[in-house]
Design a protein around this ligand. Sequence first.
Ligand code: ADP
Length: 377
Amino acid sequence: MTMNTLKILAVDDEPGMLSGIERSLVNYTLRLPAPAGEVNFRVRTAATGREAVAAITAEPPDILLLDYKLPDITGLEVLRRTAEAAGEMLTVIITAYASIETAIAATREGAYDFLTKPFTPADLKHAVRKAAGSILLARRAKALEAEKKRVRFEFIRVLGHELKAPLNAVSGALFILRDRTLGGDLDQYGEVVSRSLARIGQMKKLISDLLEMTRLESGKKERTLEDVDLAAAAREAIELSAWEAERLGITLRLDGPEKLVVRADRGEIAMIYNNLVSNAVKYNRPDGRVEISLARRGPRVSIAVSDTGIGIPPEGIEKLFGEFVRLKDKRTKDVLGSGLGLSILKRLVELYDGRIEVESEPGRGSTFTVHLSAGEE
Ligand code: ADP
């Protein structure tokens, strides 16, 4: 549980009042609903307006408990003089006569709340609780905003980085062609052209993954729910990977019912399969196997894709579903990928109220199981 400490400055010219406030709050622990957690308070005091101004300027508190009527300058004057230094400080005005005029004037100077004298420790705690809740809520909103900015920045930074390498490779290849570096015989350039095409394919995949990701994130993705046969869709996914699988000597197998109909968007199901099957092929060993198993249990279905590949170390499993995450491994440095496939998969599966399970043994293979809601019958 998180523990937050909020700073309070209590300003009053009656010593009894100040010690009463201190006594009430020093050992007070506020329990707010998660994620705010527990809050306790550090209390400082000031007996005059000028002392208060000096204390706020030196170190602005989170909450200011301010007597309206002070011996030297008024509470309002304190607020005016500290307007710049105050930052996010919330002010609770303590007043013996909560007239509408004081309320208006104090609110205009930025007061957050009022506490009328005489008040009980419970009244005080109630006012402090309200202010603390508001402060922690504002802090959380700010932290979320900063996190959103960071993710957006990271997205663009990684994208730039990911496009640069293949673009450099392709322009290098074009220079070789332009300058006829390998001689006048065009046949000499076959390899250079093929490598460039592979790099362009990689960039296209990255861009289409990014667009898909953006559509999913914005919640603006168009979906058509219809009856989709998961077994037929699996056979199509196998077909799509067949060429790559054959090149690597990998056998693909489907296990489960002949037909398994769910309510789903056809394109989304195809994407779920393709992400899982293409990974199971890409991260396999030569002459390895991939098996897709389908099962239905009541209103839920599961799609399990197992491979006999390189596997994933336990500390890698948590990271996999992050954007642009690719695990470092010597064996896969030439494997093309954007690192977006599994983060797209995760978002797609969420659309079906589903979850993903990963079991893996490094060096032996991995099984990714997707559990989905089958939708209405
Ligand atoms: P990509 O395949 O484009 O790199 P993914 O998001 O699909 O991106 O996968 C993220 C990373 O997870 C891969 O780079 C790889 O390190 C690891 N990974 C995914 N599937 C498997 C698998 N079946 N076996 C081993 N590692 C895998």
